[in-house]
Design a binder for this molecule. Structure first.
Ligand SMILES: [Zn+2]
Length: 263
């Protein structure tokens, strides 16, 4: 059994444009053409049983459209999260609608949504999410959209999490893309429902990744690729080669996602 807790795809109408813009921003060729059907074909090939689709509302007006699309595709191999925008006037209403639509969590991307993780103006959003009890995946660490300014650094993120101890949060990219040492120091080992996903893992030194998993606990790390930017197969092989026990690998590869996301 293999559950990939972090993939991206776009609605048919916008997929081509979205993926070409992202390829330019990321200086990387995507593995799909952005369509969900293309991702599904690859996930089959890579032996992924379930994959968590993480859409991002980059404008307040996009929330409803994106969440309706996510809900339509929340079936079969795909487990969909929804997204809210911190500046949306109907944010609270949309959070309840996300729950009603049966979406399984929320994705936030501070870089694309223009907020710092520890900013007072977004604190109420985290309180609402805490009350709602839905899992929340947050992009953490460097994003090529804003390489010189990191919106979710591990240390301020840890401060925010300490103010919201009931938040069921999945920090992407092992708690901070390209900020793994800081994540090791400030995030790994934190108490509470703080989980890490392994998305975009190819640049994390193996030895550090192993120490991060052991320090945080293999029961709180979720396997993830960040498809179409990394293949689930490459991500799987990297993690499978770490000197973890078979029990720890089972937790990371599917059991934790089953528990945290309710798959
Ligand atoms: Zn991602």
């Amino acid at each position: 059994m293999l559950i990939d807790a972090h993939i991206h795809a776009f609605a048919e109408k916008i997929a081509a444009r979205a993926i070409s813009q992202l390829e330019t921003t990321c200086h990387q060729k995507a593995l799909t053409d952005g369509r969900l059907s293309s991702a599904l074909a690859l996930l089959d090939e890579w032996g992924v049983d379930k994959a968590v689709l993480l859409p991002i509302a980059t404008k307040p007006t996009q929330q409803r459209i994106i969440n309706d699309w996510a809900a339509e595709n929340n079936q079969g191999k795909i487990v969909s999260f929804g997204s809210v925008h911190p500046e949306a006037e109907d944010l609270e209403e949309e959070l309840y609608r996300i729950k009603e639509l049966g979406l399984r969590g929320i994705k936030l991307h501070p870089d694309y949504q223009g907020f710092f993780i520890n900013e007072p103006r977004v604190d109420r959003m985290f309180s609402l999410l805490e009350e709602l009890g839905l899992p929340l995946t947050i992009h953490a660490g460097l994003d090529p959209l804003s390489p010189d300014l990191i919106y979710c650094e591990p240390e301020p993120c840890a401060e925010m999490l300490r103010r919201h101890p009931k938040l069921r949060v999945i920090l992407a990219h092992m708690g901070g893309n390209e900020r793994w040492q800081d994540s090791f120091e400030h995030i790994c080992g934190m108490s509470g429902e703080v989980y890490l996903d392994t998305s975009y893992p190819m640049y994390i030194p193996d030895e550090l990744m192993f120490r991060m998993i052991r320090r945080h606990g293999a029961s709180r790390v979720l396997f993830a690729s960040d498809c179409p930017w990394t293949s689930s197969r490459d991500a799987f092989e990297k993690i499978d080669a770490l000197p973890l026990t078979d029990d720890e690998k089972e937790q990371v590869f599917f059991k934790n996602a089953q528990y945290v996301i309710g798959i």
